[in-house]
Design a protein around this ligand. Structure first.
Ligand code: ADE
Ligand code: ZN
Length: 335
């Protein structure tokens, strides 16, 4: 066995949670080809270029197209099941999976049916000893305050134990400052018992991260990397202990940083901010959770203590049940 494959085996065995991953980014090339064929739609470009994206805007447009191919409950169920297989392949013991209904046009008026189908897929996976999953329903930055309120009302009416959090994602640069628009819905989500996670500091700068904390009550920030441009904000995030779930390959592939070496994850970590590592959209960005850990550990020379701390953050910052967290933390202390 080569050193690289031995390292990856150890990283696979590292008990951890995957807390920044979008279901929309988990279609493999083969799944997309099958869905396109079933829908009678041609691929938008040659298969070898399918996952080439210039930037976040182009990437988000691709999600609208690929998720638009999904029409049946059986397809949604299969998607949920294969999501859990990927977790298991990477040694993740739990995931908070983000799903943004705006990417799935066929389900616009039947969201409860879609969530039920996802739930069946996740339940079947758990019965087969695959890892448990909580769903984070996500708003798109460009949506209106009324649309946000409507999604939350649906979540409250549904009362599905599968749905653990309200999230927000999409392109902040295109939407401008939207924290005030969504503040009331995020406040109501917290009062209704939902957890809150917010994409910020990717397509927005430090101000987007500030709004996530002050206006949206973010318990966790997805990305948050551009907080590194503002020392006072880094101090605040550290003092509040708000975790950042960081996806280095996504940030490099979508043009936020030119190279891994210039990625601020290590500066944020050294500042005392709790950081975890995720994949964002693993299939479309051609990465895995184990690869993310390996890449960051290799780039910044992380030893086992650092890896253990980062994995611990991923578990503690997750929206898993106390039992799942306890079991994962116990397994981690034995790693
Ligand atoms: N949805 C899926 N991936 C995303 C990203 N990196 N940023 C914003 N929204 C997303
Ligand atoms: Zn994301």
């Amino acid at each position: 066995m080569t050193q690289a494959s031995a390292d990856r085996q150890r990283l696979r065995a590292l008990p951890k949670a995957e807390i920044h991953v979008h279901l929309e980014g988990c279609f493999s090339r083969e799944q997309i080809a099958g869905l396109a064929q079933a829908a009678g739609e041609p691929l938008p470009r040659p298969p070898e270029d399918l996952f080439t994206f210039k930037n976040l805007v182009e990437f988000l447009g691709f999600l609208d197209w690929s998720c638009g191919l999904v029409h049946t409950e059986a397809q949604v169920e299969a998607m949920a099941y294969s999501f859990c297989c990927r977790l298991s392949d990477n040694g993740a013991g739990y995931a908070d999976a983000i799903i943004n209904p705006t990417h799935w046009p066929a389900w616009r008026h039947r969201l409860p049916e879609m969530i039920a189908a996802l739930d069946r897929g996740f339940t079947a996976a758990e019965r087969d000893d695959l890892p448990p999953v909580g769903l984070c329903l996500s708003l798109l930055r460009q949506q209106s305050a009324d649309e946000a309120a409507e999604l939350l009302d649906m979540m409250i009416a549904l009362r599905s134990p599968r749905v653990v959090a309200l999230s927000i994602d999409g392109n902040e640069a295109a939407a401008g400052r939207t924290g005030p628009r969504f503040a009331d819905t995020f406040r109501r989500a917290g009062a209704a018992g939902f957890r809150r996670t917010v994409h910020a500091g990717e397509s927005s700068g430090p101000d987007g991260v500030r709004d996530a904390i002050h206006l949206l009550g973010a318990e966790r920030i997805d990305h948050g990397v551009r907080a590194a441009e503002d020392r006072a904000l880094m101090d605040e995030i550290r003092d509040l202990g708000i975790p950042l779930d960081i996806t280095p390959t996504s940030n490099v592939r979508l043009g936020i940083y030119p190279r891994y070496e210039e990625h601020p994850i290590e500066r944020l970590r050294q500042h005392g901010i709790p950081v975890s590592v995720g994949t964002d959209d693993p299939e479309l960005l051609e990465t895995t959770l184990v690869e993310e850990y390996a890449r960051v550990a290799g780039t910044f020379g992380w030893n086992d203590d650092v890896l253990r701390t980062v994995a611990k953050t991923s578990i503690e910052a997750s929206f898993a049940s106390p039992e799942v967290k306890r079991d994962l933390l116990e397994a981690l202390s034995a790693w």
